[in-house]
Design a protein around this ligand. Structure first.
Ligand code: NAG
Ligand code: NAG
Ligand code: NAG
Ligand code: NAG
Length: 490
């Protein structure tokens, strides 16, 4: 680790001083983002499931075509899968035998292993709220020439490549499906799609593919982890119809262990906003064939190794029009934009697509619940500053890093032996995540409000070694604080 200007004794002193003069915690407990606020604040949401459809933002617009008195409610009770003769009660039966608007829920926690790709039908909502549903270890989801689809609250992982096959599709039509590479969700020529609150990881190819002229898509609140190629928007240099592609990528949590394509885009337009990036390998955001990306108020946390968010072609240029607006860069992350002018990167949302963009410093809080309706702790149990041999595959070249010695998890393990409280543990992690000294102090003060002794004990571990605030950065960023005055549609 490089030297910083801070002396530990000075830090301790200021922290303890702050403690004495600060009396209460300032951080909000809920931190729901604009989508979640719209349904999760209703304690009785189980009885008002259709409210969800009114909560989407971004290019999908509101999903109000999916609701109404004519919706057929369908409950999945059977985890079996027969691609040609699905049994009533299975997910595939819902997609093939039921016409019109359908709202699918699940009877209990379950894992569905699909034998062949599942063709999702139009006007379909797959709603995994309230139970834990995995689609895993087999084929996964395909959206082929469909529209008005919501996929919410499902864990899709370990998807495997499939040879060409024949399956029953929507309206009981027999469909020949070509070979697939093993993506969690693959869209072809589909419009008005909302992918929200899913957990996606460890698939043979990618997690989400948006291809062949698909557009008007919102990908929000998902947790993407443990994946080389995460999200592909446009798969073919020659497919010019993708120039019309419009995708909103908002409030997602990327990492740990995502290597590249968050997203990678060809031709079209992506508004990438209020996401948290917890490290990347090759790059986070990239593209070719002259795409446009507005990267806005995201939180980019580099893990060491490669710090640049963006991807360059061989020529050394970032191809297309990539603009970073009010992004927050931590631990040395930097964004090398390209193209000219903000005009080209305006999302130009319609009123039902527009939404308020939050401050990049708040997005950790706003993505905290990404996909995690049960285990809010999961985000807090990872090692922040380097490799963790037990649980991580390391995509980055971290050979010079000795951060792991100081990993906050080790601090936690030690300290938690004496202070076993979920709330204190949470505050410890928020403190470790802090980017600025002020931020760190706020978290430490909140902890102090619970137990002053716990703070004293914690600060025996030098914050220079476990708190991001005091770590030196490797690549200095010139765009940390640019001068754009933002409104949500600028
Ligand atoms: C369903 O899964 C959740 C989350 O893992 C768990 O908390 C709950 O106890 C499970 N319910 C049953 C009936 O097993
Ligand atoms: C996409 O959304 C816009 C705005 O609502 C609409 O004008 C356009 O027709 C939609 N495109 C498709 C292909 O559905
Ligand atoms: C951005 O990329 C260009 C082209 O490769 C390069 O000349 C420039 O130095 C880079 N800027 C930063 C800050 O890395
Ligand atoms: C930011 O904008 C203000 C007002 O236009 C201007 O005076 C100032 O020089 C700008 N700062 C930077 C760093 O560009």
């Amino acid at each position: 680790m490089k030297k910083t200007n801070y002396k530990p004794s000075y830090i301790m002193l200021t922290v303890m001083l702050t403690l004495l003069i600060t009396t209460s915690s300032t951080s909000s407990v809920h931190g729901f983002n604009v989508i979640d606020k719209c349904w999760r604040t209703d304690p009785n949401w189980r009885s008002h499931r259709q409210q969800l459809a009114k909560c989407s933002v971004g290019y999908s617009g509101k999903m109000t075509n999916n609701i109404g008195d004519d919706v057929i409610k369908y409950k999945v009770t059977d985890t079996s899968d027969d691609p040609l003769n699905p049994k009533p009660g299975t997910l595939r039966y819902a997609m093939t035998h039921i016409q019109g608007k359908i709202w699918v829920t699940f009877e209990r926690n379950m894992t569905i292993r699909l034998q062949k790709p599942l063709l999702v039908s139009s006007f379909t909502t797959i709603d995994g709220r309230g139970v834990e549903v995995h689609i895993a270890d087999g084929a996964c989801l395909m959206l082929q020439r469909v529209t008005n689809v919501i996929i919410h609250g499902i864990k899709i992982h370990n998807c495997k490549a499939q040879t060409a096959s024949t399956v029953l599709g929507p309206d009981k039509k027999i469909v020949n499906v070509g070979p697939v590479d093993g993506d969690a969700i693959r869209m072809l020529t589909s419009y008005k799609i909302w992918i929200d609150h899913n957990t996606l990881y460890d698939c043979e190819d990618g997690l989400i593919d948006v291809t062949r002229g698909s557009t008007n898509i919102t990908i929000s609140n998902n947790w993407f982890r443990t994946q080389n190629k995460v999200m592909l928007l446009g798969h073919d240099d020659g497919f010019l119809r993708d120039k019309n592609m419009k995708v909103t990528v908002a409030f997602n949590y990327f990492g740990p262990n995502c290597n590249q394509r968050m997203p990678r885009i060809r031709h079209g337009y992506a508004h990438v906003v209020n996401n948290v990036y917890k490290g990347w390998g090759n790059y986070a955001i990239g593209g070719s064939m002259n795409p446009s990306i507005k990267s806005q108020a995201n939180y980019f946390f580099a893990r060491g190794g490669r710090n640049e968010v963006t991807w360059k072609q061989e020529s050394g240029e970032v191809e297309g029009n990539f603009q970073s607006v009010k992004d927050v860069f931590a631990n040395g992350a930097c964004f090398n934009g390209s193209g000219s002018g903000r005009e080209a990167v305006r999302p130009n949302y319609t009123p039902d697509q527009a939404f308020p963009v939050e401050d990049g410093h708040k997005v950790k809080e706003l993505t905290k619940n990404a996909a995690l309706l049960y285990h809010p702790e999961e985000h807090f149990i990872e090692c922040e500053y380097g490799t963790d041999a037990e649980s991580e595959t390391d995509f980055t070249d971290n050979s010079e890093s000795n951060y792991e010695k100081y990993c906050v998890r080790h601090v936690e393990a030690n300290w938690m032996q004496r202070f076993r409280s979920g709330e204190m543990k949470k505050l410890l992690w928020w403190a470790a995540w802090s980017t600025y000294e002020e931020d760190f102090k706020v978290q430490i003060s909140a902890l102090g409000a619970l137990s002053e002794k716990a703070v004293k004990d914690l600060l025996k571990f030098n914050p220079m070694r476990w708190c991001r605030t005091y770590m030196d950065t490797i690549c200095k960023n010139q765009m940390v604080d640019n001068n754009f005055t933002e409104s949500f549609n600028s």
